[in-house]
Design a protein around this ligand. Structure first.
Ligand SMILES: Nc1ncnc2c1ncn2[C@@H]1O[C@H](COP(=O)(O)OP(=O)(O)OP(=O)(O)O)[C@@H](O)[C@H]1O
Length: 300
């Protein structure tokens, strides 16, 4: 499989191992226009204008891939996640998940955000139990599963603590445990580690990768769509990095990351390898080049 960059060139791409099977996810000629209402520039007249959040997006993703979406603020990354979650329907074109338009609710999706969004009146364990409650799990199995997940993310002994008693890193661990608890096969992750300091971030990246890589050998392998502003994080974690540009939001580059797997134990060292630095540098130039290019819809 190949894909086109915005300039029409064919980008280096392709999830080789499963390339001949039908993609789990496909965005076909997707365009998303939001109608904005409000005051005009002079503050006097009401103005209605359109914002092109996504333009000509064509992306296929195979089951089990770890794909990072990277790009400046406003290039439509979250909108793509929301389309997969069934929260946004494209204005034009098609989004397919397992061959069908995404539907709400989809119990086989886990969605995780930059802010932990834990319920402050529930303990860590009760927070992890939440998605299991909505899926109708019984009380005992919920409790067992929540405890198992909290142990997996390194929070054994913290089950009864409330959000306020936990550090930001611990809260994100609880959020990760909550996202993984129902064992979803598709993970939508919107800057899940962005609010963490560098050291905690690296620890959580490694832990998440360890869990994900461990699952890849079983029948519950997980597809990950991981949104980040951090190019290094994208290259470290993903099989494939899609670089997006804003005004309008579009795909600029679609690159396979050819670093060894499993990677979880290597993250600390990988960052200093020439392979990693060359890959990151190439993609960085692509993003940097875009800074001068405000795109055809810069007013948006
Ligand atoms: N429901 C909406 N109504 C109007 N405009 C929207 C809506 N959702 C998103 N937008 C706009 O669409 C554009 C793309 O938004 P989106 O959140 O997908 O970008 P993003 O790349 O995820 O940005 P960030 O990195 O800042 O989260 C932005 O200009 C945003 O303001």
């Amino acid at each position: 499989m190949t894909s086109r960059t915005e300039s029409g060139a064919v980008a280096q791409t392709d999830p080789a191992p499963t390339a001949r099977t039908a993609p789990l996810i496909s965005f076909r000629d997707v365009r998303q226009v939001f109608r904005l209402s409000g005051r005009g520039g002079d503050g006097s007249a009401a103005a209605n204008r359109e914002l092109v959040a996504l333009q000509d997006v064509n992306v296929d993703i195979q089951a089990g891939q770890f794909v990072a979406l990277v790009g400046a603020s406003g290039c439509g990354k979250t909108t793509m996640l929301n389309m997969l979650a069934g929260l946004v329907e494209p204005t034009h074109g098609e989004v397919r998940l397992d061959g069908r338009p995404p539907q709400l609710p989809n119990m086989d999706i886990g969605y995780m955000f930059a802010r932990d969004a834990l319920l402050p009146w529930r303990t860590a364990r009760k927070n992890v139990e939440l998605p299991l409650e909505t899926r109708g799990w019984g009380r005992r199995e919920r409790r067992e599963r929540a405890e198992e997940m909290l142990e997996l993310v390194g929070l054994k002994g913290r089950e009864s603590q409330y959000r306020l008693q936990l550090s930001q890193g611990m809260r994100q661990r609880v959020a990760l445990a909550r996202t993984l608890a129902p064992d979803p096969s598709l993970l939508l992750m919107d800057e899940p580690f962005a609010a963490l300091d560098a050291r905690t971030k690296l620890t959580l990246q490694a832990e998440f990768l360890r869990i994900w890589e461990h699952n890849q050998t079983g029948d519950r392998r997980k597809t990950v769509i991981f949104v980040t502003h951090d190019l290094q994080e994208a290259v470290l974690l993903a099989d494939r990095v899609i670089v997006m540009l804003p005004h309008p939001g579009r795909v600029a580059e679609d690159r396979v990351i050819d670093l060894p797997r499993p990677r979880a134990e290597l993250l600390g060292e990988l960052q200093f390898t020439k392979e990693f630095q060359d890959t990151t540098h190439g993609l960085f130039e692509r993003l940097e080049g875009a800074i001068g290019d405000r795109g055809p819809d810069a007013a948006n």
